[in-house]
Every structure is written in structure tokens, then in C-alpha cells.
Design a protein around this ligand. Sequence first.
Ligand code: DC
Length: 254
Amino acid sequence: MKYPPSNYPVATGVITLYFLLMKLTPKQIEQLKGRIIAIDGPAGAGKTTTATLVAEQIHFTYLDTGAMYRAITVVALQKGISPSDADVLTQIAQSCDLQFEIKQSVNHVIINGQDVTKEIRTPDVTSHVSEVSAHVGVREVMVALQKTMSENGSVVAEGRDTTTVVFPKADLKVYLDASVEQRAQRRVKDMVAMGIQTTLEEQIADIERRDAYDSGRAHSPLTKAEDAHVVDTSNLTIEGQVDRIIELALENIR
Ligand code: DC
């Protein structure tokens, strides 16, 4: 046989396309199977998009813990309950039926039979969720539920305390970070795409307020776990962020 063979460009093209689409070999997917990858970081660091894509590529379940606190906030606002009312909010968390359901590749959040996928992203919910999520009673219920949902492994979880409190023994811990300016710019883009008017200044102020709240609260504040790998996404594309996390997973999970 001549080398390179005459079908070399075609074969190379097919292999390149395979890796572009699959990214991982079946052996690498098997290597990661059953494990837990936990990703924490501040608002707007790109956790949701990155974790969703990582989970998709390695055939894991995506666990959006922030969406769970957001769903409790939706119910509280609908019932006219103050975000500072720890007792009632804890009761809501204890008695709720909270589930995730994938429909047409979209991760839907269902609470008490109500699909709140859109409602959890409204500015009203975003501005109250930090206060709701700071109550220890609410956190205890959510953390227990997050552990139960992940019993079988093969999970990519993301939030503020997944590397420290929920999965202290996660197989890979990542702290995703980016500058306030970059995070605010991404939020503006997301909100404009949702048809919501906002400015960069408003989003910088909101992100700084949420950072202070999430990092300064008494229970499970946002902190970088000692053994977490820091990935700064300020100058990374989404694809770059996903690739970096998969690379870290393959290097650290054996
Ligand atoms: O990641 P997010 O913006 O959807 O999170 C919404 C809020 O929930 C955020 O203000 C902090 C809180 N949160 C938390 O306290 N613990 C988590 N594990 C995830 C989110």
C-alpha cells in the first residue's frame, strides 16, 4: 500500500470530524463513568453553560443546584412570602416536590408539578434568590436532595458549595472564575437575548451585590475548596472552558 494512501485526506477528515463531534473516545468516557465533577464559582462565571456541555460530552447528568434555590424563590414570590422568612421558606423546601426533566435537550425545572424553567431566570427571582438561599434550613433540605439525586454518580454538579459541602469528596473539583466586568457583560448579553432591558452598570452592581452576599453569608459561603482547580474564563471561549474541564477530568480521574 502506498503511504499516505489515496483515501488519506478523506480518512483524516472523517477522524477529525469524529473527534470534533465526540471529543472523547469510548474508553475515556468509561474512565469517567460513575464519578462526580463539582464546579463552583461566582455568578456569571459561565458555570451553567460549561457544566451543561461537559455533562453532555461525557454522558453525565447535569445538576444545576442554583436552579433549585431559584425554584424555591419562585414559589415564595408566588405565595407572597418574604425572602427573609426562614421558617416558612424551610417548610416550603421540606414539603416541595422538586425535579429536573430533560425535554428536547433543555433541562426543565419542575416544582410541585409546575414547570418553572423560565420563571427561575426572571430579574425578580435573581434579585431575591441569594437571600432565600442563605437560610440554613433551606440549604439543609436542598443539600440532602442534591446528594440523593447524585447517588448513582456520573454527575456534573455546579453551584456555590458543591465542592465544599455537597460533594467534599468529588472526583474533580473546579472553581470557575472571571472578572466582574466579563461576568457582567455576559449577563447583559443573556438578558438582551431574553428580551430584558439592562445596562452594563446595572449588571456590575448586581453581580457585586450577589458576590458579597454569596461569599459573606454564615452558612456554606462561596469559597474555593483547597483542592479545587481554578479555571479563569475571562479570556476563554465556551469551547475552551469545556475542553479545559474535560482535560482536567481525564488527568485527575483514573
Ligand atoms: O448559580 P445561580 O445564579 O443560578 O444561583 C442562584 C443563587 O443560588 C445564587 O445567588 C447563590 C445560590 N446558590 C447557593 O447558595 N448554593 C448553590 N449551591 C447554588 C446556588
